[in-house]
Design a protein around this ligand. Structure first.
Ligand code: SF4
Length: 180
């Protein structure tokens, strides 16, 4: 793909719309967007388009919903939703790549660390009866990785983060990818 290609990123739904994040026990949809605001500002400054994927948890359970681990969401019905979102995402990546004479480069897929669905390298699990942050993708990202592999799509997947330290580190990594 040449230097004149347009560029986009595919993002987990709540990077743009926080109201889908799990809410339980009162409280409104207004959330601390933390460093995600910096991620979006950087993308806008660099002229990178942002394409929103669907939120599997909100699609199936809406809000309020009780926060769960990866095991808590792992049902055939939930996997089916993840599979549909992953399929649509891959189809769009392929369609973008074929658009126009130069194509549209999908620079990255951005997930959200700490989510049982959208975590990329940090996902809450129950292991040996204990809640842990496992170094593995959540259900949606896992399904997406499988589908991308199957379709030969090599777009990098990166996890953005609201956690102090991790958030800044991931923003730096994304900047390194976006800003030549
Ligand atoms: S499932 Fe993904 S998109 Fe939905 S609220 Fe969780 S991190 Fe955000």
């Amino acid at each position: 793909m040449d230097d004149e290609s347009d560029r986009v990123v595919m993002v987990s739904h709540c990077i743009l719309n926080q109201s889908t994040r799990a809410r339980w026990g009162g409280g409104g949809a207004r959330r601390d967007t933390g460093i995600l605001r910096d991620v979006l500002e950087m993308l806008m400054d660099e002229g990178v388009g942002v394409i929103q994927m669907d939120c599997p948890e909100f699609s199936l359970f809406g809000n309020p919903r009780r926060p769960r681990t990866k095991e808590g969401y792992d049902t055939p019905e939930f996997r089916e939703i993840c599979s549909q979102i992953a399929g649509r995402t891959c189809d769009r990546i392929v369609a973008f790549q074929k658009t126009g004479p130069t194509g549209v480069e999908v620079v990255a897929v951005l997930g959200v660390e700490g989510s049982p669905s959208c975590g990329v390298e940090r996902t809450p699990r129950i292991l040996d009866d204990e809640g842990v942050d496992a170094s593995e993708p959540g259900l949606l990202m896992e399904t997406l990785m499988d589908e991308m592999r199957r379709m030969g799509i090599e777009t990098p997947i990166m996890g953005m983060s609201l956690r102090e330290g991790e958030g800044e580190e991931r923003l730096r990594a994304l900047k390194a990818l976006i800003i030549p």
